[in-house]
Design a protein around this ligand. Structure first.
Ligand SMILES: [Zn+2]
Length: 417
């Protein structure tokens, strides 16, 4: 007899990810036994109408978007794919050494399901990001996932590397906690790119294979995972600075205005670009210490997250950098030379045209100590802050489709330039 799963938090987590398709929960919040038994039947599980361990494992496979499978005697790839709701192409992508005509009994393979794994219907958390990265590296083993460091609260600062070209590019998101939708956007973009690249296809006229050969792209989807955690889940999973965070947040448990890391330092004010100039502006804004936003910290790069960004940027010497923020539907650029006619400006114009986002030179309170400001000053290479979406942060998930539409081709174009 299968053990019944009782951990409510775990259940809710899985339901929240799969719910739009599964409908295991009735309107009153109780479990729909019929839906569960239907799922069990469909997946050749013992029908218990309860969320038991075997069912839970199957659900986790659904969340992960693949299952591990050991090849049995007389298995044929095509029949297996049909049974597992996968495609030969997807399985061969995930298992590049697999010979489709000669399956070896006892061989362990990953079978990806014919669906995307990055969920687009709920607030994007660090835990989901971590799961998605594991799934994507199983489904698309030609990417490399590692981390450039750890956050204050010991979360990984993940980096995904793709492509094998000379041109070095960095895309990054969520310097600010309440801008988690930028992490989600980058992950949706990444998954779509990988899927299309797996058959060397085109997206909006751009050849993914050409991009792959010309560019080495680093995506750092969540520069500030602790900040995102605070905004999406409150204090419950935060270990360090809990009491102080509560105080810095004006004794509110809702952290939706939180931009900083969990030392109360605004990471996008913690770079060595007119840092001392910003210190004066900061005081004029009555900010004298750790805050939900705009406090720049003791010195440039004093936080582990910004320090890791500085180190990895110096090491990789990117030719192009795009930092994602919300909101405003604008592209901020810093002129490389005082004239408004350098390559940075020309490129900004083209990106503005393709996205429909307005071009903007930052005003005084925005021009200091940001990652993009530092990047452009340091390397004299094009670097942009993209302010995606419109409204009040955190931008609601409902804006994801429009953000995707406005930004998808812009990133492809930037890689092509
Ligand atoms: Zn921001």
């Amino acid at each position: 007899m299968n053990k019944i799963l009782t951990n409510k938090e775990q259940k809710d987590f899985i339901y929240s990810i799969l719910e739009p398709n599964l409908k295991f929960k009735k309107e009153d919040g109780s479990e729909d036994k019929h839906a569960i038994s239907r799922f069990q039947k469909e997946n050749n599980l013992e029908v218990t109408s309860k969320l038991d361990e075997a069912t839970f494992k199957k659900l986790m496979d659904q969340v992960n978007g693949f299952e591990d499978y050991i090849i049995k005697k007389d298995d044929k790839l095509f029949d297996l794919m049909k049974r597992k709701k996968s495609l030969c192409h997807k399985t061969l992508t995930a298992n590049p050494k697999l010979n489709p005509f000669l399956l070896n009994e006892g061989q362990s393979i990953a079978i990806p399901y014919n669906k995307n794994v990055v969920p687009t219907h709920l607030n994007y958390t660090y835990d989901i990001l971590e799961m998605n990265l594991k799934s994507l590296s199983k489904r698309y083993p030609f990417i490399k996932v590692d981390s450039i460091g750890k956050s204050v609260d010991n979360r990984a600062l993940y980096r995904v590397r793709l492509g094998k070209g000379k041109k070095r590019v960095s895309f990054n998101g969520s310097h600010h906690g309440n801008e988690w939708i930028t992490s989600l956007f980058l992950m949706v973009w990444l998954e779509n790119f990988l899927n299309v690249y797996s058959y060397k296809g085109y997206i909006k006229g751009y050849s993914t294979a050409k991009i792959w050969n010309r560019v080495t792209l680093d995506i750092i989807p969540m520069v500030n995972p602790d900040g995102v955690e605070l905004v999406t889940n409150g204090l419950k999973n935060i270990i360090r600075n809990r009491n102080r965070l509560y105080r810095w947040n004006n004794y509110q448990t809702n952290f939706s205005n939180w931009k900083a890391n969990i030392n109360g330092v605004d990471l996008n004010r913690n770079y060595d670009a007119n840092f001392n100039g910003y210190k004066k502006v900061e005081k004029e804004m009555n900010i004298f210490g750790p805050s939900p936003a705009l406090y720049s910290g003791d010195f440039p790069g004093c936080e582990p997250e910004s320090k890791a960004m500085i180190e990895t940027t110096l090491e990789n010497k990117y030719d192009l950098m795009m930092a994602y923020h919300t909101q405003g539907e604008e592209i901020f650029y810093t002129p490389i030379t005082p004239s408004n006619n350098d390559s940075n400006y020309q490129m900004a114009l083209e990106l503005s045209e393709i996205s429909g986002y307005q071009l903007a030179v930052p005003d005084v309170s925005q021009a200091y100590a940001g990652y993009k400001d530092w990047f452009v000053t340091q390397f004299k290479k094009p670097g942009f802050t993209i302010e995606a979406g419109k409204g009040t942060n955190p931008i609601p998930i409902q804006q994801l489709p429009i953000i995707y539409e406005q930004n998808e081709a812009m990133l492809l174009k930037a890689l092509y330039m």
